[in-house]
Design a protein around this ligand. Structure first.
Ligand code: GRF
Length: 206
């Protein structure tokens, strides 16, 4: 007798749970995630979404032969947040990796508990609008923090606010600059983000 699929999505393609990565920048985290799941039959990077036609992450998508979608502000915020395009591709999880636009409610409602983000600091500190890239590390150093790190969290309708899933820390040393701290934090991101995604998706639905 055939076994029922364990997920409610019976349209799932044979190459695993389809996930979309949203990114606005270079895409170094996207690249790590793509590499990590390349030989995993249960999870597949099915789509790269970007709001910036010149983003490095789109070059990565091309090199990796992963379909990509460039989104426009009007349709994202005043339309339905590209829900239909994502559903048409059977996307089940959305992974934000340096995506700089706020996620609209329409998208959060369509993917409840299935959108996650990585932030380059220990939330709830150093999050919110305008807290991205070097601004985060500059603020951490200016405040004299002895520790920084990463936070992986669920996405809700406020910037950097949803429930935390995972944190990892690094030291902030006296000689650290925003640049050197960014490197330490990026090392943590690359080491942990793919693994946390894997654990979460497998725990939730495989
Ligand atoms: C990362 O630092 C991530 O924490 C933040 O945006 C950055 C993306 O970097 N949300 P990259 O484009 O993956 O190199």
């Amino acid at each position: 007798m055939e076994k029922e699929p364990s997920s409610s999505n019976t349209n799932r393609p044979p190459d695993g749970v389809p996930i979309a990565i949203f990114a606005s920048g270079a895409g170094s985290n996207a690249q790590q995630i793509i590499n990590y799941f390349k030989n995993d039959p249960t999870i597949s990077i099915a789509l790269i979404v970007s709001n910036k036609p010149e983003a490095g992450v789109l070059k990565i998508a091309g090199e990796e032969a992963i379909p990509s979608l460039i989104i426009e502000k009007e349709a994202f915020f005043r339309g339905d947040g590209y829900v239909k395009e994502l559903q048409n591709r059977n996307i089940e999880w959305i992974i934000l990796a340096g995506f700089l636009w706020k996620i609209p409610l329409s998208l959060i409602k369509a993917f409840p508990g299935k959108i996650i983000n990585i932030h380059p600091a220990l939330l709830p500190k150093y999050g919110g609008k305008g807290m991205y890239g070097h601004f985060v590390h500059e603020a951490v150093i200016a405040a004299g923090e002895k520790e920084s790190g990463i936070t992986i969290h669920f996405v809700d309708e406020q910037y950097d606010h949803g429930q935390s899933i995972f944190q990892s820390t690094c030291s902030v040393d006296q000689e650290d600059t925003a640049e050197s701290l960014a490197k330490k934090v990026q090392t943590l991101e690359h080491r942990h983000y793919p693994e946390v995604i894997e654990k979460l998706i497998k725990k939730t639905q495989i």
